[in-house]
Design a protein around this ligand. Sequence first.
Ligand SMILES: [Fe+2]
Ligand SMILES: [Fe+2]
Length: 296
Amino acid sequence: MTFYPKTEGRPDNGVANTLAYQKGRPGSLVVGSEEHKELFCRFFIDTHIIFDPAAIKWPELDEGSLKLLHSLPVWTEAMETERMGTCTIQSCATLETDPLIREAVTLLAQEEARHAATIQGLTTRYGIPLPDLPPPQPPVDAEWEFLRFGYSECFDAFFTCALFAIARDSGLVPRPLVETFEPVIQEEARHVLFFVNWEAYHQARSPFWQRPARLGRGALERVLQAQKRLRAALGARSNKDFTMKSHQAITKEITPRRFLELCLAENARRLDRYDARLLRPRLVPTIAKALCHVLR
Ligand SMILES: [Fe+2]
Ligand SMILES: [Fe+2]
């Protein structure tokens, strides 16, 4: 049976729910203001959808689909990422003094935890072996790790949205599995939107003497994440990046430029449904647009 997300006292699965958030003009909000905080937290809390990974009815798959799932070299790293992300975000939530932001960040941790549970459910159902992973240790500097995780999601979600579209539209992945993962992919795009606004809010609210250090940390993390993807793309190291590995496994017949155009289109489509006043991720789309100009 196909699994569909359900809502709790809400009219739809989160897509219709976003319609209430389409108001507002870009740039009409003061970043760091109470209004900004209310908007990015409320958008996140109100568009949360309810689903239980344990209730997913995983479909029967034919041999070809099973082979494809087994061949994707992403499951262990995806599991590690979701588990570590959950632990990091939970630690960050306990440090947060603002009740509304804490509520939103706690919800973010819950969503990452159920991503891990969804991957666990899939790998168990289809017999994909996973190593015994040690429980993730809470980070020493939770905020710094959250920054790292957030910027890493900015890159990963950008590419994952396009990979998912290819898997969906090519028929490579069976329809019931696509429908099962649709809310997870939308959540990742939504996480990026929340993170970008969370970071800009904290940056704007931090005392002016702390801003250079905060800006520097953010810039450094962006550079490190960009460098990591670039090196993976160039094959300069043993490829451990799971987005790149998925890309290599799924998109053998698409040019890099066409793939980047698809990334831009899919990300815009997934984020367009939210209030236009919220800040949008800019770095990765800007790099992608620049690459589209130089790639054939
Ligand atoms: Fe996740
Ligand atoms: Fe996420």
